[in-house]
Ligand binder design. Sequence first.
Ligand code: ATP
Ligand code: MG
Length: 427
Amino acid sequence: MQNPATTQIPRAEHSISRADISENALKVLYRLKNAGYEAYLVGGGVRDLLLGRKPKDFDISTDATPEDVRKLFRNCRLIGRRFRLAHVHFGPEIIEVATFRGQHDGDQGDEGQIVNGMIVRDNVYGTLEEDAWRRDFSINSLYYNIADFAVIDFVGGVQDLKARQLRLIGDPVQRYREDPVRMLRAVRFAAKLDFNIEEKTEVPLTELGYLLEDVPPARLFEEILKLFLSGAGAQALELLRRYNLFGYLFPQTESEFNEDNGPVFLALVEHVLRNTDQRIAEDKSITPAFLLSAFLWGPVSALRCAYAKRGMSEQQTLAAAADKVISGQNQRVSMPRRFHPAIREIWNLQDRFAKRAPKRSLRLLKHPRFRAAYDFLLLRAEVGEVETELAQWWTDLYEADEDKQKDLLNQLGQGQRRRRRRKRKPE
Ligand code: ATP
Ligand code: MG
């Protein structure tokens, strides 16, 4: 039986056109339909099309089981344990096909497990309507039916889209407990779509950050990438901090924000995020390592000061602080190993920039990580963490032809000698 509030919006009354849906998603929808299954476009695809935005990917919901889907598509892989689904591969494009989920109370054996209110396994299948009610936000629970091109709304999602608000389906506290990542998703969609968070959905956010401690660090990494690489990273940071969530993701960084140098490190992170947003808007490439090196620079710098007071050399302080900060971070949000060398190198090169030794400077320009480290130096200068003059010098050297480079390096030799002599004078 359908909920009385259920609405069907026929093709003529909504703006979704097949021309805006990826050909591959259409192929999957039609093949499911022709095999006798129900098939709907759902989630971000429907939401973004109704908003006139370009969807990032297309998710499909069906009554076919993952095994049924695999039988229909050669290019199909079944993935996930917590939430099993089928990925249909078309070159670089992946269409995600999920079977309708049903309500469960954690008693359905292996396939539906709830531990301390948290859903740890969600593989109990159900009906279309049940599927709609267990989704996160009402605006993510709209279904585009390939059989008649109507949009089906069980949960008031169309109204919320019009009001530009995010509303969790059901009791917000319970829904956050079931899956604390929904708090991060609330922030991500509010930032990315520039939506308000409806009051009942918003209020618990401030109190429930601690639930994130139970989320596997690898899953949190996936989420923070989406948060900060969605094109609205600066806004995401602001909301995460407003709701006391950021400290559960980057505890060392948050605590450094509250120290004496906090405003500078916060400005650095904000700056990096604004730049990232801009680059995404311009379709330029971005590297997570760059972002992460900026996020963790505050804690690394502070720890280095502490180590230096204990008599460690400059090089030792960096290596030791980097080890400690990276491993501390990995306990909350695990950064895959492949990013560690780049993060460390961006940091290492900052020390080498400060030295400006003539021959080494030229070698540094050819370092494979020069560009990222140099961009980082520029950001540090912009927020006043290093002298603008140092950044300008590197800019001049980087942009100069060979002759001009020689001049710069010669002048530098003279300047440095003078400085050193002065330093040696007794006070
Ligand atoms: P994006 O534009 O980032 O792809 P999306 O809404 O499509 O946004 P996905 O992570 O692709 O997000 O998930 C697809 C759909 O699955 C969501 O729209 C939502 O209906 C449902 N969903 C995803 N994660 C959850 C969750 N943690 N709890 C409940 N439903 C979820
Ligand atoms: Mg999606």
